[in-house]
Write a protein that binds this ligand. Structure first.
Ligand code: SAH
Ligand code: SF4
Length: 392
């Protein structure tokens, strides 16, 4: 059985041709799967009966097994998917007014082993397949549409961030077709600026992504100098900061936005001093010389979410604010990431009744976040409508 979630539209076209079908059939099939969430081939009535029979015999649309679902006070939903072999990955839905963001995993575990990251601590198990990456979006989008009774022209997820478990650029071959499904006008129709790949700095793959499938890019920097970054993000020993920033600058030539997002996890007394803020500012602003040209960027400061084995603590909020101010005063747009869904772990194992109540709260919030899409087949029109067309 071939899982059709593994194909972008070109690959589905090739597969259809191998079955003796016209390539345009692939577009119809692709739309059934990714615009309507269909998995039952018999219901795809605009496909020839002979083709439907071939599909029933040799193909499937296989989603992921849900191991658990948790709903936070603020409406954030976290799914734990069992991907077999003792591995599970998480996907998080974050509703906000007029926008719904899905945070998707790319690997079970991660080999980069950043000091402050729980995924890194687990070690690396395996890469997810394209089908497993796409299935996270397929599940969330159509599950939410069903729950919220959204109409044909409405979508639940407007933004995707590859910020779940794993280093997406260390799973490049599976990542790129998955991104193409997200961007495809006959798929989810997300604009390139609404799909973000976050990386700890796999320099050669940043160059390849620019050429193959440029989407918004976030770079996890976390330190203003190589000595500290070597400790926090061990990949820095292979690709130091100067090379990483050079790759990020190169990426801008084809990026859908004219800046790169810099992520910086605020660790108490490790990387959060005013001197380190000034060093980061100097790095990003540059001095106009060829040796230090700076980078067009926005900074997102992430308050550290502590876990037992890390031995690290979250910077106090005043220190985060002071750090942000140095950057802002220096002319760099800087935001502090809101912590979302941080009560979910606490809610784990609580009473079922309470969980159901929370589900209703989440539905209300998610419904307020859902957007009406005027022209689902047109990416640009859709994105504009999504920005303007709040339901609530
Ligand atoms: N591997 C990629 C994407 C996944 S991690 C990357 O590192 O960019 C997504 C973001 O969460 C990264 O910026 C990462 O540094 C941050 N992060 C990891 N562990 C964290 C923690 N314990 N608290 C806060 N942010 C964390
Ligand atoms: Fe965690 Fe990202 Fe570092 Fe991997 S690269 S250990 S997912 S922060």
């Amino acid at each position: 059985m071939v899982n059709l979630l593994q194909f972008d539209r070109d690959a589905l076209g090739d597969w259809c041709e191998q079955q003796g079908e016209q390539p345009f059939r692939a577009t119809q099939l692709f739309r059934w799967i990714h615009q309507r969430g269909a998995r039952d081939f018999a219901a795809m009535t605009d496909l020839a009966k002979s083709f439907r029979e071939k599909l029933v015999a040799g193909a499937e649309v296989a989603g992921l097994a849900v191991a658990s679902e948790q709903v936070a006070e603020d409406g954030t939903i976290k799914w734990l998917f069992d991907v077999g072999g003792g591995d599970a990955v998480e996907t998080v839905f974050i509703p906000e007014a007029g926008r719904g963001t899905l945070c998707i995993s790319s690997q079970a575990g991660c080999a980069v082993n950043c000091r402050f990251c729980a995924t890194g601590h687990q070690g690396f198990s395996r890469n997810l397949t394209t089908a497993e990456i796409v299935a996270q979006l397929w599940h969330a989008e159509f599950e939410l549409r069903r729950r919220l009774a959204l109409g044909e022209g409405e979508r639940a997820i407007t933004n995707v961030v590859m910020m779940g478990m794993g280093e997406p650029l260390q799973n490049y071959a599976a990542l790129v077709p998955a991104l193409k499904v997200m961007l495809d006008d006959h798929g989810y129709g997300l604009s390139r600026r609404r799909v973000t790949v976050s990386t700890s700095g796999v320099v050669p793959m940043i160059d390849r992504l620019r050429d193959d499938c440029p989407v918004a890019l976030a770079v996890s920097l976390h330190a203003p100098d190589d000595a500290l970054r070597d400790e926090l993000v061990p990949l820095n020993r292979k690709y130091p900061i100067a090379e990483l920033l050079a790759a990020a600058r190169g990426y801008l030539s084809r990026a859908p936005r004219d800046f790169i997002t810099i992520e910086y996890c605020m660790l108490d007394n490790v990387n959060d001093s005013p001197a380190q803020a000034r060093a980061l500012l100097a790095l990003l602003r540059g001095d106009g010389s060829a040796a230090n040209p700076g980078l067009s960027s926005k900074v997102n400061l992430i308050p550290f979410n502590p876990f037992a084995a890390s031995g690290l603590e979250r910077s106090p909020s005043e220190r985060v604010a002071a750090f942000a101010k140095v950057l802002q005063d220096g002319g760099i747009v800087t935001t502090i990431r809101k912590t979302r869904g941080d009560d979910i772990a606490a809610a784990c194992g609580q009473l079922a009744g309470e969980v159901q109540d929370r589900t209703r709260v989440a539905e209300r919030r998610a419904r307020a976040a859902a957007v009406r899409v005027a022209a689902p087949a047109s990416r640009r029109g859709g994105a504009v409508a999504a920005e303007r067309g709040h339901r609530a």
